[in-house]
Design a protein around this ligand. Structure first.
Ligand code: IMP
Ligand code: MG
Length: 187
């Protein structure tokens, strides 16, 4: 795994690929004969959703929503809604990372309120130690520590979502000083 003073690769492309495939297989087995709708939470989960959906062997649909988050208060509102109704549907929420769990809690309740016939979550990364509210993650990729991560959809100030593997930021000052520091070393 590659490492610099200020950032280190923590999950490789290969590890992501094989875990995503396992998650896809588990979902395919559980949803056999059904037609779930995957609700991808923009923007971070786009890369994960695209890879996961290709590993799912039931006729899944995909829809998107986007959220506004207000600081640490946990207040969340929709900035973009799904394009189709979720009433009577088997909903699978796709999150790239669950941190405090506040976002996921609000989303799950929203799906239930809309009359989804079932709600499950697939989360690629789980920052278990930072959880402030208890929320189930039926399909979980990796448990991670509390470092700030970038890559594979996760950003720092909008950057680094397009890295194909996951990196932990070890020295945030280095990024603040030079936003492109990691890009310069990698690209
Ligand atoms: P929470 O579970 O409500 O605290 O929020 C989860 C959201 O916070 C994720 O969907 C990400 O957008 C963001 N987030 C949490 N941890 C990280 C990280 O390490 N890197 C990038 N974004 C993160
Ligand atoms: Mg997100």
């Amino acid at each position: 795994m590659r490492a610099f003073d200020y950032a280190a690769e923590v999950i490789s492309e290969d590890e992501i690929r094989s875990r995503v495939s396992e998650l896809g297989n588990a979902i395919s087995a559980d949803y056999e004969g059904r037609n779930p709708v995957f609700v991808s939470v923009l923007t971070g989960s786009v890369l994960f959703s695209a890879d996961l959906l290709r590993q799912v062997q039931v006729p899944g649909e995909i829809d998107f929503l986007a959220l506004n988050r207000f600081g640490e208060s946990g207040r969340i509102s929709l900035s973009m809604d799904t394009s189709g109704p979720l009433f009577d549907r088997d909903v699978i929420i796709v999150e790239e990372i669950v941190d405090t769990g506040l976002t996921l809690n609000v989303l799950r309740q929203m799906m239930i309120d809309r009359g989804a016939s079932s709600v499950a979550t697939v989360g690629l990364l789980d920052k278990t130690r930072r959880r402030v509210t208890d929320v189930p993650i039926e399909y979980r990729g990796f448990e991670v520590g509390d470092e700030f991560l970038v890559g594979y959809g996760l950003d720092w100030e909008g950057l680094y979502r397009n890295l194909p593997s996951l990196w932990a930021i070890l020295d945030i000052e280095a990024f603040v000083e030079d936003r492109l520091t990691l890009a310069r070393d990698l690209f």
